[in-house]
Design a protein around this ligand. Sequence first.
Ligand code: GLU
Ligand code: MG
Length: 448
Amino acid sequence: MNVEQILKDVQTAEVRLVRFLYCDNGGIIRGKTTSAARLADRCADGIGLTKAMMAMNAFDRLQTVEGTGAVGEVRLVPDVQSFTVLPYAPHSAVMYCDQLEQDRTPWAACPRSFLRRMEARLAGYGWHLQASFEAEFSLCRREGDGYVPFDETLCFSSIAMALAGPFADDLVAALEAQGLPVEQYYPELGHGQHEISIRHSRALSAADNHLKLRETIRSVALNHGLYASLAPKPFPQQAGNGGHIHFSLWDESGRNVFYDPQAARGLSDTARHFIGGVLTHLPALVAVTCPSVNSYRRLQPQSWSSAYAVYGYDNREAAIRIASPFWSDAHGTTNLELKAADSSCNPYLALGCLIAAGLDGVERQLDPGAEVLVDPGALTDAERQERKIRRLPSSLSTALDEFEDDRVLCDNMGDLLTRTFVAVRRSEAEMFAGEATDDEFSQHFFKY
Ligand code: GLU
Ligand code: MG
């Protein structure tokens, strides 16, 4: 894709407005829109954005962070590779943006540029990360001031498929029209809960694709008069919404670096060390992959969302599930699933920190220990202690404490990005300190 091809697509689809989007430290997708007539110039120049926006929290409360504020602009410069015409919005297209300084260098608080840096670190080993986020979401109707689940159907129920059929059909069509091949779609456990997964791709485009997926789910629902929430825990009594990350490392010759047919579970030493790194950093990493107050309502034992820093083959209570490979292609499908992740995360930060944690494991050859093949939540405290099983943080504030103590994650993110991220998420933790309230659930519902 280059600018000329984009301009042709814009003409063919009669696009009038092109959204220049980014994802902020609160996990909110924001941006500005250019008229299609000025697209060529704006691809070259970007659009100005105040630096303050990376210090805005998910509730539009601006935080004071040195290096951001009333003075200073970055330019939102779109990546031509991310261009797509939007099938769910009239005469509109989207592009995802890097935030560049006036001298065209990446701004230190730009999450997308951070992920590019982490991809470059992997490239130093001759590797790249393939990833995909699985989106769980709650399909709802608006009732009075609140939202109620679209139906009360059962897990994987064919009745739910029938009720949501027209919506699901439009959703799949809208994703495929944007070049996002759908893998699976099904009704999940909670009332009105559904899950859709799309094909994996390289880290940067996987993060863009997750934002496209979030936008598409929400917009197609709106076109059906419905509201879709990807918040981690929209309803206290219903299953939470995960945003599980499937991932594997590949070299440029097309070899899956995680796969070794001779090894236990078909997992190479590199994969085992990568797991060791992720588990070591997981109490801090969840501050980035499960970064909202609402995330910790979901991250509870016996919810299949994972609550302990363990890994295991097809273990749905493990933070890292070794996904059983397909019979037809073990090499192509050997991958890991990080269950301790949800769609309130900024996917660039989540994948960047996942790479930082995993690479630390590879570089220090960290041993992940024995895999856990039971539900860790069903063990006694003494049994967990004996097996050295750590509980993940149970609140956003404690996760942020872990994060700020984690030199590997903070140093890879860099000073300004770390400070803006922590200020934004700390402010959210302070807003909702204490017990879960209706306000907390409703405030998170339609942000994600
Ligand atoms: N809804 C569960 C979660 O919050 C995941 C269920 C599953 O797909 O295993 O992560
Ligand atoms: Mg699921």
